[in-house]
Design a protein around this ligand. Structure first.
Ligand SMILES: [Zn+2]
Length: 410
């Protein structure tokens, strides 16, 4: 039985993590005077509000407390005066107006104005905006932790392996690596409905973009197709996270086809369905030119999006086969440093995007004329090979009723 909203006090251990993470995130420093220890408590009513309580007993008389909240990976910081209510200060963060990223880390700190003496800032603390409607179980093999609330350990192992495989692939294929001491958290929902309701009451992540919080949100089902989809999805999302860590701020400048193609390249298996879709699209002249996939508009046609993803995946696989990790790395470097779609391509690979696109399509048989010419050529070759036999057959046929005439009863 799942409680609709399970409240949880997460203060103390998160406070400890907060202190440990203090230096790494460039948040405000502690004031020179040694502040008294703080023991804030965080109370999450998922989708509704986050309440933060700061006990004030140890601080002496206080006239005002400001709170600051900043979700990891965002520039915006929420700030507000806390309500002082006897021996504690309280802040309620309304999630409907100011949504927080699902499972994202949220850093928070206080500015305290004592009744006497100068104001000072506290160290930063952190909590995770967890979907606590469910009882999550977890299993970790560093640097990946998998969480689930339905299913079993075996499914978690599959997910862990897929994530580790993607980390390995990203490293082999383009020297991609997670930022130092970073970890990846994979949350497996039992069905799409649960994931959808979770996302609709949170901020982002935008579809298919890497999650700045290093989280992967996915749906895990136990059917054979479900397991395959789970592995692909986790590998794909992990690759996006690694890509973002590898190129840093330059990630925003990568062409769409490269981002999606590299994420697809890290997936566990090549997709025959994708290839069939590409061939069909090539035959009906529906393939989207890659230049249009540098900065595509948001998709409103799922079929076009699926085709674009298949193209990106197959094209980047072709680049990898042709230029290896060094070529992909040169591409990433040029684009991350701000080069344009074709400019970066020429600088890294010494040829144009269009020329390589033709090369890829020829290699994969993705030209309608190629298909047609190939068909006629095959017929001509077959006829040429058969011609002597046909002639011989005709000659025999003319000799004494022919070999193929029905035998007469004696
Ligand atoms: Zn993607």
């Amino acid at each position: 039985m799942r409680p609709a909203f399970r409240f949880r006090w997460q203060g103390v251990w998160l406070a400890l993590i907060g202190v440990a993470l203090w230096g790494a995130h460039g948040l405000p420093r502690v004031a020179a005077a040694t502040p008294p220890p703080l023991t804030p408590q965080v109370h999450i009513a998922f989708g509704d509000a986050v309440t933060i309580i700061l006990p004030l007993e140890q601080l002496g008389p206080v006239q005002r407390v400001e709170i600051y909240l900043r979700p990891e990976g965002q520039v915006e910081t929420y700030t507000q005066d806390m309500v002082i209510d006897g021996p504690r200060a309280r802040y309620v963060h309304p999630l409907t107006e100011k949504p927080l990223p699902l499972f994202g880390q949220v850093f928070y700190w206080f500015k305290i104005y004592p009744a006497q003496g100068p104001a000072y800032e506290s160290p930063a603390f952190v909590f995770i905006y967890e979907d606590n409607r469910f009882m999550w179980q977890s299993r970790a093999v560093e640097p990946v932790t998998v969480y689930w609330y339905e299913g079993n350990l075996e499914l978690a192992e599959i997910a862990l392996r897929a994530a580790h495989m993607a980390l390995q692939n990203a490293f082999i294929q383009w020297q991609g690596r997670l930022a130092q001491e970073q970890t990846v958290r994979v949350y497996m929902y039992a069905n799409a409905r649960d994931l959808h309701t979770a996302l609709s009451s949170s901020a982002g992540p935008p579809d298919h973009d890497p999650v700045p919080q290093h989280t992967v949100l996915t749906v895990a089902t136990w059917s054979p197709e479900g397991r395959v989809a789970l592995q692909r999805d986790i590998a794909h999302q992990v690759a996006h996270i690694v890509l973002r860590d590898t190129v840093g701020e330059g990630y925003a400048n990568l062409p769409w086809w490269l981002k999606e193609g590299l994420a697809t390249l890290a997936e566990p298996q090549t997709q025959t369905d994708d290839y069939t879709a590409l061939r069909d699209a090539a035959l009906s002249q529906q393939l989207i030119p890659l230049a249009q996939l540098c900065r595509p508009e948001p998709w409103d046609d799922p079929e076009a999006e699926a085709l674009a993803r298949a193209e990106a995946g197959a094209f980047v696989a072709h680049l990898y086969a042709r230029y290896g990790p060094a070529g992909l790395q040169r591409l990433l470097e040029g684009y991350a440093n701000g080069m344009g779609c074709d400019e970066g391509f020429r600088a890294a690979l010494g040829t144009s995007l269009t020329a390589l696109e033709d090369d890829w399509r020829s290699a994969q048989g993705l030209f309608p004329q190629h298909e047609k010419a190939g068909g006629w050529a095959a017929l001509a070759v077959t006829l040429a090979m058969l011609a002597p036999f046909l002639a011989l057959g005709w000659w025999w046929q003319r000799q004494a009723g022919g070999l193929w005439a029905p035998s007469r009863p004696r």
